[in-house]
Design a protein around this ligand. Structure first.
Ligand code: DGL
Length: 261
């Protein structure tokens, strides 16, 4: 029988390590919750796949997390949210899902130039979710969509300080800056790990919007609504991957050094 006083378990998934940037913010705001993180590296990257393919992966990831006792599911992946958030909510009726959408709303609200750029995967821009977000929140603001093929893979390798990384980021960011955007939205959770680089390439006049804190707040609200907030700090954190576990352990060490900077 369920223990009514137990803290809710937060299940989080992404195609890889990107969602750990979200998990870090959730943990900072909700240190009393057990968490399970699933990196679906066996099926990564999601970005170049069709939305139908990503939907299948998202459903499998959800089932895995629920099977391990998750009470809420955070889709810490813009691509999987674009592909599957609505379908997962329909399919898993009682399970609360918190998904990601590119943070066009705060970006549009804060842009003096009335021109913003969104960096995301190819698949994220194909989804209806993105079109809806722009329709709802970008009235009077030009939104430039920039797909960044290869950038999530680069973050997965951890080689983000090499010249190749700077070149790749510059190839995506410089045209947006040249076009006059003053705000860039990180529309893929992997990009948080190269936010410094994006900011350096973009220059001091460009604001970078990372939605992680807003997502963490939303997770807190969902848990509070369901009486699932824990009362004591816990270190009950589990990491799983559908890919290579040895490589994943090395990535987790790298991620820990990046998050503590
Ligand atoms: N981290 C994912 C996102 O937020 C996608 C990376 C990928 O697998 O292409 O969109």
């Amino acid at each position: 029988m369920d223990d009514p006083t137990r803290p809710g378990v937060i299940g989080i998934f992404d195609s890889g390590i990107g969602g750990i940037s979200i998990m870090g913010r959730i943990r900072a705001q909700l240190p009393n919750q057990p968490m399970i993180y699933l990196a679906d590296q066996g099926n990564a990257p999601y970005g170049p796949q069709t939305l139908d393919q990503v939907r299948i992966h998202a459903r499998d990831a959800t089932r895995t997390l629920l099977g391990r006792g998750a009470d809420v599911i955070v889709i810490a992946c813009n691509t999987a949210s674009a592909a599957a958030l609505h379908e997962l909510r329909d399919e898993f009726g009682d399970v609360p899902f918190i998904g990601m959408e590119p943070a066009v709303k705060p970006a549009a609200a804060g842009s003096e130039a009335r021109k913003i750029g969104v960096l995301a995967t190819e698949a994220t821009f194909q989804g209806k979710l993105y079109a809806n977000v722009v329709d709802r929140h970008a009235t009077g603001v030009e939104v430039m969509a920039q797909a960044c093929p290869g950038l999530a893979d680069l973050v997965e390798t951890g080689d983000v300080d090499r010249p190749r990384a700077i070149e790749l980021v510059a190839s995506f960011v410089e045209p947006l800056v040249a076009a006059g955007v003053d705000t860039l939205v990180l529309g893929c959770t992997h990009y948080a790990f190269v936010a410094d680089l994006i900011s350096t390439v973009a220059g001091p006049g460009v604001e970078i919007i990372d939605p992680a804190d807003a997502i963490a707040k939303q997770v807190g609200r969902v848990l509070a609504d369901r009486d699932l907030l824990g009362t004591k700090p816990t270190n009950d954190i589990t990491y799983i991957t559908t890919g290579d576990t040895v490589a994943f352990d090395r990535q987790l060490e790298w991620v820990a050094t990046r998050l503590s900077r």
